[in-house]
Design a protein around this ligand. Structure first.
Ligand code: 9MR
Length: 766
């Protein structure tokens, strides 16, 4: 028996502003860039794009004068004699980035009379700037950042730009979103912990929601009431993301395996939990097996997937399906609206197969790309660091290819890779070698809707540079992993990788547009593909060792840039994933460059460990402005993977401990008091948004299978259920387990692929 005692005085954080205050008096509109570039413009030598929610301008090399390269925006009406505060956050990256720029307010027309200007120091880190000044002229003004005067190219990013009458800074909504209103009443079931269980040698912490200003004593007991440990909580104060006042109980020294432990404190008890060495081995099997019933173009065999999940093949041209054996291109007025002019495409293509993206029947190349990449990354990690891992074996998961001699994780990856190859534009088309951005219905279907019953016409959408580079990256990655098993397939993949990469170089700015929202599928829009170029070159370099890809990497704005800002990488921002790959497998890099890649991961992991220590629920996530993003659960998993890679690079156990603890949030140590993974924990999400796991709407249909990760809290309410039920919610509480809440409760291939990668790491790493 152990008696862990960790009592320390916590710091009670200052009370925050209420969340989502109604008014926003800023005279600069859209300066948080949550809806794109808003009214911001630039001169021709500055290429503007919204990246990770910041407005970034790539400034061309050799602009002589500071005022010849500008980012600007017009302001609202200003008053003479009034004092204002100009606030923003800024950073500068690139070898030739300046350490100072000038910001100014001027009249919006000739002779551009200056009202106020100030030098601003800038560095790699996003730093806040607040500049009070007195305004001497009535009327609108123009805010400009002067960015010229450097020899080389560099990138300037800005965020949370606001111009406020002095004294009104506190009323600005963006400033308030980072802090929830403190909750001053006790909550039911205040003890929150990983309900699925802890690893015997892993960290074991619980979060207790309590207004007590002194430490609480707690005990760990089994079902018979036998005490296995006791201690006192550490006070953590108000958690800004939830508004809850938190204590943390640490019982790490308890290592005895068992199934029915509880943490009790005063009158409260936690849900039952286990201490279990096999937890992540099971989750790994489920997270990988999850993909089989997500497959398009193949009947799902109930004997393999479970009887409830049996269904006919979807989208194989059998009525009422109209796809995916011979799909035409999106044309007509809709295409003209989206792409500016109708694109030349007469093709009818067989694009059957692949995975359905999420709860819809769409198949999107960029999301397929990052998903299959993370699935293969799980395989490659096992191959390099855990050669005895079951993940490397055949017959380990619930797949129809069991016994074919290929490891299951590669079988499943191949299902998607074959589809991605079909999405490459064939020879003879003007965009040959590019990849169609996506294929989906031409209008939304309702729920429930099993895949084989979808009657809508499907359409291919115009190729995009981002989709093309996704294919290049994963085909290159697949080429090296499939080679020992199937050299012919590896050759096909490598040829496809080279071909698509060349095509993307030829068409470097074919951006996927934001659709008008009526098109029956997700947009997956992206107008900055510098990170996709970086990723594709990374995978091609790792696979081939060719110098040309190293040259491309060195010329990339991402070469020296830190991609790990705590928001988590995803389908749109892939530089973080690429950096992990480079650090782990960049054997072809010169020594000093390899060290640089490794060091960037390790220093990010150090930051992440310190975020986690301060975070009362133990997650690793720094949402921008405190605003939880769509799919926040998987963004936390991506950050977990950064600490996992730091462990692989260094062998230092505290990174492993951080990765283990980061899972606790998903499995119940959270403000919602539920596990976000179906089948794991005492109370788990099971009404995720899906057209075929629609049990909530039709009891004859199943709930999602075990190992389904829900998207999780999303501060931006987008679906009708969230809008009605979650109005005014605090960041980490913007969640509801309802099938209609697609903005917070969907399942997707990219979220489950990240989960698979994390579970596989946690199952193998010691
Ligand atoms: O996961 C995607 C998220 O990052 C985007 O912000 C959001 C809006 O474009 O779309 C999410 O992806 C959805 C996709 O558009 C359609 N299939 C379901 C995906 C998950 O909700």
């Amino acid at each position: 028996m152990t008696s862990p005692l960790l009592a320390a005085l916590g710091l009670v954080l200052a009370l925050g502003m209420p969340a989502f205050a109604a008014s926003n008096p800023s005279l600069v509109r859209g300066g948080d860039f949550s809806s794109g570039k808003a009214g911001f413009w630039s001169t021709d030598n500055v290429r503007l794009a919204v990246r990770s929610g910041q407005l970034c301008g790539d400034v061309s090399a050799g602009v002589d004068k500071p005022w010849d390269a500008l980012i600007g925006v017009d302001t609202g009406e200003m008053k003479s004699g009034q004092s204002y505060v100009l606030g923003f956050e800024a950073r500068a990256t690139g070898n030739d980035a300046p350490d100072k720029i000038k910001v100014m307010l001027q009249d919006p027309k000739t002779p551009w009379t200056e009202r106020f200007s100030a030098p601003v120091e800038v560095s790699e880190a996003l730093e806040p700037v607040n500049l009070p000044f007195s305004n001497a002229r009535d009327g609108r003004a123009q805010l400009v950042f002067q960015l010229g005067g450097q020899q080389g190219a560099w990138r300037f990013c800005v965020d949370n730009v606001k111009l406020l009458p002095e004294g009104e800074e506190q009323a600005d909504t963006r400033m308030n979103q980072s802090r929830a209103a403190p909750v001053l009443e006790p909550v039911a079931d205040p003890v929150r912990l990983n309900q699925a269980g802890f690893l015997p040698n892993g960290p074991k912490r619980a979060t207790i929601i309590s207004l007590s200003k002194t430490p609480l004593s707690f005990q760990i007991v089994d079902a018979a009431g036998k005490v296995f440990g006791e201690g006192e909580t550490e006070l953590r104060g108000v958690d800004p993301a939830s508004g809850y006042s938190l204590h943390v109980a640490d019982f790490t020294p308890l290592t005895r395996t068992g199934a029915d432990y509880r943490l009790v404190t005063g009158d409260a008890a936690s849900p039952a939990f286990a201490i279990d060495a096999d937890l992540y081995r099971r989750l790994r099997v489920d997270a990988l097996s999850w993909f089989y019933p997500q497959r398009s173009g193949i009947a799902i065999d109930g004997a393999i997937a479970g009887a409830a999940y049996a269904r006919p093949a979807g989208h194989v041209g059998a009525a009422p399906n109209l796809g995916d054996m011979s799909v035409g291109c999106l044309t007509g007025p809709v295409a003209v609206k989206l792409y500016g002019k109708a694109w030349q495409c007469q093709a009818k293509r067989d694009v059957s197969g692949g995975w359905y993206d999420a709860g819809d029947h769409g198949k999107y190349v960029v999301n397929g790309g990052i998903s299959v990449a993370q699935m293969m990354a799980a395989f490659e990690r096992a191959k390099r660091f855990a050669p005895k891992s079951p993940l490397l074996t055949d017959g380990f998961a619930r797949l129809p290819e069991q016994g074919n001699g290929l490891p299951d994780s590669l079988d499943e990856a191949r299902w998607e890779l074959e589809f991605l190859l079909k999405m490459i534009v064939p020879d003879g088309d003007p965009l040959t070698g590019m990849a169609y951005h996506k294929v989906h219905d031409i209008g939304w279907t309702g729920l429930p809707m099993l895949p084989h019953l979808d009657p809508k016409e499907r359409a291919l959408h115009r190729p995009s540079t981002a989709a093309t580079l996704n294919v290049a990256a994963v085909a290159a990655q697949g080429a090296r992993l499939f080679r020992p098993y199937d050299a012919a397939f590896a050759d096909t993949l490598l040829a496809a990788a080279r071909k698509t990469y060349l095509a993307a170089q030829k068409h470097p700015d074919l951006y996927a547009p934001v659709s008008d929202g009526q098109q029956g599928g997700g947009d997956y829009d992206d107008d900055d593909v510098s990170d996709e170029f970086y990723w594709a070159a990374t995978e091609l370099l790792i696979t081939t060792g060719d110098q040309s890809y190293l040259d491309a990497l060195k010329a990339s704005p991402h070469w020296k840039h830190d991609p790990f800002d705590g928001t988590g990488f995803d389908w749109r921002n892939v530089a973080g994933f690429a950096r992990l790959e480079l650090a782990l497998y960049g054997d072809a890099l010169p020594d000093s460059d390899r060290q640089m890649a490794k060091a960037s991961v390790i220093s990010a992991a150090d930051r992440f460990v310190s975020y986690q220590k301060k975070q009362g629920f133990g997650y690793i996530y720094r949402p921008k402005g405190g605003v939880f993003a769509w799919g926040s659960n998987h963004l936390m998993v991506q950050n977990l993977l950064v600490t996992a890679v730091a462990f692989d690079l260094t062998g230092e156990k505290h990174y492993l401990a951080a990765a283990r603890e980061a899972m606790d949030y998903l499995l119940g140590r959270n403000p919602m008091n539920l596990s976000y993974i179906t089948g794991y924990g005492t109370t788990f999400a099971h009404n995720q948004h899906s057209r075929w796991y629609a049990h909530q709407l039709d009891p004859s249909l199943p709930s999602p299978p075990a190992g389904s990760l829900a998207g999780g809290p999303n501060s931006t309410l987008v679906d009708p259920v969230a809008l009605e039920k979650l109005a005014g919610c605090a960041g980490s509480r913007c969640y509801i387990d309802d099938i209609g809440a697609w903005g917070v409760n969907e399942i997707t291939i990219n979220w489950n692929a990240a989960l698979l990668q994390a579970a596989s790491f946690l199952a193998d790493a010691e």
